[in-house]
Ligand binder design. Sequence first.
Ligand SMILES: Nc1ncnc2c1ncn2[C@@H]1O[C@H](COP(=O)(O)OP(=O)(O)OP(=O)(O)O)[C@@H](O)[C@H]1O
Ligand SMILES: [Mg+2]
Length: 277
Amino acid sequence: MEPDKVIAKGKTKTIYSTVSPKEVLIVSNDNITAGDGARCDTLPGKGGWSTTTTCCVFNLLQAHGIPVAYNHARDDVSFYALNCTMIPLEVVVRREAYGSYLKRHPNLKKRHRFDALIVEFYLKTNDCVWEGLSLPCDDPLIEFNFAIGSAYLFDPRQAEGKFFASIFLNKILGEIGGENKYASMHHHARQVFHILEDRWDKLGYTLVDFKLEFGLTADGKLVLADVLDSDSWRLLKNGQNMDKQVYRDGELDPELLAKVAAIYEEIAEMSRKLIDL
Ligand SMILES: Nc1ncnc2c1ncn2[C@@H]1O[C@H](COP(=O)(O)OP(=O)(O)OP(=O)(O)O)[C@@H](O)[C@H]1O
Ligand SMILES: [Mg+2]
């Protein structure tokens, strides 16, 4: 059956309604982006590799009892998921210092290992605006203060302490149960990291960090939503990036795109093995 109307269209995927109001179809395209869309290229095959990776990862997580929006694959480039009201947060889990973390903590060496996982929350914003409030950057780091119902925003590129705004947290987590939702996201994000870190390690890869998004289903249940693929994490093999970092860092030419394509394809193929380990 053909999907009917477009509910949301982003840089890398389109969300379609289905016959059930509780379910959506998530179709991945072949775009690869960096710098929040500042750089965008087409990588033929990427929609398929991303879908394979996401479906394999979510099948594994589902088998471990993690609540996920993912239902089942439809074809090579799309899968069915529960229709969610997305929580406007990116939840980042880090085993090693990398990326923006190093800007905030310049005293740390790249790949410094954290024995206890670091969990961070970023507010998802567009065009440097949140609820009418102008921000100095998009996707600021956010810290919650449940005692007073506020959240504090920080520029993630600056050394720690560069606070710039305070906002009401009920706008992000709802009027009721915000602290529970926060605790559940924190808990599930760490659980997911431990499961994937262990499986990738068995396949010879090191999971450095990843980004997750959560949503609320029509029944108000908090679930892991969006996707979890080679755009979402840093994954190393013998110290070499096997992830989007290669695209972020590289000089743009056909050779780079071929290299990135080979990486996404390898990880999609390897992700098929995750559940058998
Ligand atoms: N299960 C779901 N139900 C409803 N919406 C979803 C679901 N999973 C993902 N989405 C949303 O689909 C939209 C399109 O995804 P895409 O990642 O391509 O957008 P984007 O351009 O990266 O923008 P964003 O910064 O919002 O992620 C996103 O807003 C994402 O949060
Ligand atoms: Mg996105």
